[in-house]
Design a protein around this ligand. Structure first.
Ligand code: DX5
Ligand code: ZN
Length: 226
């Protein structure tokens, strides 16, 4: 398994149709949508209305990363807007099992995310149930930050737990990933790569998307040959 989920956070919001087209032409698998509420993180972005708009202009799965407090209150809204994957933060949720079940009962894939300072053991009890784990490799809130190297250890830990228990969750990594470090992240065990600034701040976003995607595909082929 190896997928690219580009984040639109650093893209041109005056023309989202064109940004989505760039990602589709470049071979994106999912569209990563960063929802921020100005409370859980020190920034504000968009909510269900924009997700609903994106749903009209693409058939790619919408990978919705909820950086908000009390996400339980809004799960239905994101479902109705057309989200495919809903990821909540362990740090923002009080009853994690319940939130994950609520997402899955809507028929969506449920993800749990951990901040750089949150150890993997904080989500150990839900790894059996969750569809996806999103490892934050920057402190959430802004695009274009520097990758925190310690995240690699957390990816390795998750991979080890996954193999040991034969769990199904996918390992997604988010923050500071680009052409210079994507291989390290894949080597550690990441299966889904989020990339924002490295795509949209590059001189040729389509080409960068294609390059990131081809590294993921090549890496997948190598793993199959082993
Ligand atoms: C950070 C967001 C990320 C971020 C990734 O709060 O969750 O999805 O936009 O962007 P880059 O690749 O710019 O770090
Ligand atoms: Zn994100």
């Amino acid at each position: 398994m190896g997928l690219l989920s580009p984040s639109i956070l650093s893209s041109d919001f005056s023309d989202l149709k064109e940004q989505i087209r760039i990602l589709e032409v470049g071979g994106a698998d999912w569209i990563h949508c960063d929802v921020m509420d100005g409370l859980f993180v020190p920034n504000l972005t968009f909510g269900p209305i924009v997700i609903g708009g994106l749903n009209k202009i693409t058939n790619l799965p919408l990978d919705v990363h909820l950086m908000i407090v009390n996400p339980d209150k809004y799960l239905n809204d994101y479902y109705n807007a057309g989200a495919d994957i809903l990821t909540v933060h362990q740090e923002a949720v009080i009853h994690l099992h319940r939130t994950i079940s609520s997402i899955q009962e809507l028929g969506l894939k449920a993800g749990v995310s951990i901040n750089p300072a949150t150890p993997v053991k904080m989500i150990e009890s839900v790894l059996e149930n969750v569809d996806l784990v999103l490892v934050m490799s920057v402190n959430p809130g802004f695009g274009g930050q520097k990758f925190i190297p310690y995240s690699l250890k957390k990816i390795e830990q998750l991979k080890e737990i996954k193999i040991k228990h034969n769990y199904d969750f996918l390992i997604e990594v988010d923050g500071g990933i680009g052409l210079d470090n994507i291989e390290d992240v894949l080597n550690a065990g990441a299966e889904i790569i989020v990339a924002g600034a490295s795509i949209f701040k590059s001189t040729n976003p389509i080409q960068t998307t294609q390059e990131l995607k081809s590294i993921i595909i090549n890496r997948q082929k190598e793993t199959k040959l082993k």
